[in-house]
Design a protein around this ligand. Structure first.
Ligand code: TYD
Ligand code: MG
Length: 455
């Protein structure tokens, strides 16, 4: 009989190869090819329609369908989770190094433990004494958390099985865990996947809520296989600029709730402090009107957040290639907006350097910010401050039209509440809310006339 041929499958993308290679030819990941069991020939001998155990089917409205959630003790964390931790679920928490993941989870574990439930915090990155030192800095030394420094999943699971299941189990981080049943160093794709699989299985069986910390690569993705994101129930990202105080906890995937709610925190000397009303956080409080600054009423889930967008334009004397730098917004979208302003409004940015910054380390992804960015750019180019007390919103098309955006009235209502006097965007003049005057802008040339004309 012919020997079955060996096959190798990539653990990251699943593609098959006939021979082993260091790098997967499909997805480009290194050290991810692993030998697969030879393909089985399906025949009558492999009839799967009998011989198995019967599974029971249940109705959709069975009583246990109601999800019990447990508070993390931090209302902003609960909000981002969609109402708290679900027992038996797995959460993957990504974020840049030093952003505050360990701090946040230590604070959550302390709150859960102080609430009378058991919380276990296992660090593979720091020694127990270092974690204790951090807890002391946070004023949490007295919290009854069970703390351990370990990296072997076998040791961890053996110890956990000897204990009653905790309400919260934090693993900091999944890249430092290793399993002796899998080849490769900690952090390799197969180790990360295998360790996560075992830990998630423990969570499902025991009912513990599991939080895995995940490192993030330079381009912002969670390091390790994409399959990790499929294996967990919730993927969260903890964002912010390290040089700024504010941190945003966002859920990118949530099997148990909405994904557009955020939690807002401020990193202070004694750890992360919740910010319950973030609407004015990202506004600077300058009294003098300056050119190139526009306020955008952003929306995070159901919460409005007013954000300041700053643009700076520097004319170059010589023919050097001008720079375009952007912080907190998409560089491609800036290029598009500059092209639309040039082509549709006759403005000239060709020999100018363009800098765009979203204040306070906030990151904007909403296309509704287009009009505010355009207003900041035109104001910077003309060196004319925008009308004070104004907010700007609307999506700009390649034709230079300003399109309507979701929740315009909610944005305007919040701006009015905070004392803004006028709103500029697509819509009807009667759209003003709570004393705020609404000035419709339907085409970019209208915006340019309004700013240049000093209306
Ligand atoms: P950390 O939680 O270790 O980040 P991560 O686990 O995401 O890598 O956060 C470390 C940063 O937070 C560090 O740069 C110092 C800062 N920090 C404070 O400002 N205040 C504090 O009370 C603590 C504990 C940390
Ligand atoms: Mg850490």
């Amino acid at each position: 009989m012919a020997k079955p041929r060996r096959r190798y499958a990539c653990t990251a993308c699943g593609s098959l190869a006939q021979r082993w290679q260091g790098q997967c030819p499909d997805c480009g990941e290194w050290n991810t090819l692993a030998e697969e069991a030879p393909a089985t020939v399906f025949s009558a001998r492999h009839d799967l329609s009998s011989g198995g155990r019967a599974i029971t089917f249940a109705a959709m409205d069975t009583a246990d369908a109601a999800l019990l959630r447990r508070s993390t003790g931090l209302a902003e964390f609960d909000r981002a989770l969609g109402g708290g931790l679900v027992p038996g679920s797995a959460v993957l928490m990504g974020g840049d190094p030093g952003i505050g993941k360990s701090t946040l989870l230590l604070q959550a574990a302390a709150a859960v433990a102080k609430g009378g439930a058991s919380a276990i915090y296992i660090s593979g990155e720091e020694a127990a004494s270092q974690v204790r030192l951090r807890a002391a800095r946070l004023g949490l030394s007295d919290a009854p958390i069970s703390l351990a420094a370990a990296g072997s999943v076998r040791d961890i699971l053996t110890s956990l099985h000897a204990l009653p299941p905790p309400a919260l189990l934090v693993i900091d981080s999944i890249q430092t865990m290793h399993s002796d049943t899998i080849e490769g160093a900690p952090g390799t794709v197969s180790q990360v996947r295998g360790c996560a699989f075992e830990l998630i299985r423990y969570a499902k069986e025991s009912g513990a809520a599991l939080v895995l910390v995940g490192h993030v690569t330079k381009d912002g993705a969670i390091a390790g296989p994409r399959v990790l994101e499929h294996m967990v129930d919730v993927v969260m990202s903890f964002e912010g600029e390290r040089s700024h105080q504010y941190r945003i906890l966002r859920s990118l995937k949530n099997r148990f709730g909405p994904v557009d709610e955020i939690g807002v925190f401020a990193m202070e000397g004694a750890g992360l402090v919740e910010v319950a009303n973030p609407s004015t956080l990202f506004l600077t409080t300058s009294q003098e009107p300056v050119s190139g600054s526009a306020v955008f009423p952003a929306l995070e889930g159901t919460r409005p957040v007013l954000v300041e967008i700053q643009a700076l334009i520097v004319r170059l004397a010589s023919g050097a290639t001008p720079r375009r730098a952007v912080v907190g917004w998409d560089g491609g979208r800036l290029a598009m907006l500059l092209a639309v302003l040039e082509a549709r409004c006759g403005l000239n940015f060709a020999s100018a350097e363009v800098y765009l910054n979203v204040a306070g380390g906030y990151r904007l992804a909403d296309p509704a910010a287009d009009l505010a960015v355009a207003a900041a750019l035109v104001s910077a180019l003309a060196d004319k401050p925008l009308t004070s007390g104004a907010v700007w919103f609307g999506e700009v098309s390649l034709a230079g039209e300003v399109r309507s955006v979701a929740h315009a009235s909610l944005r305007l209502r919040e701006a009015a509440k905070l004392g803004f006097e006028s709103g500029h965007g697509p819509g009807d003049p009667s759209a003003g809310e709570g004393g705020l005057r609404f000035c419709p802008v339907h085409r970019l040339p209208n915006l340019v006339d309004r700013i240049m004309g000093g209306e």
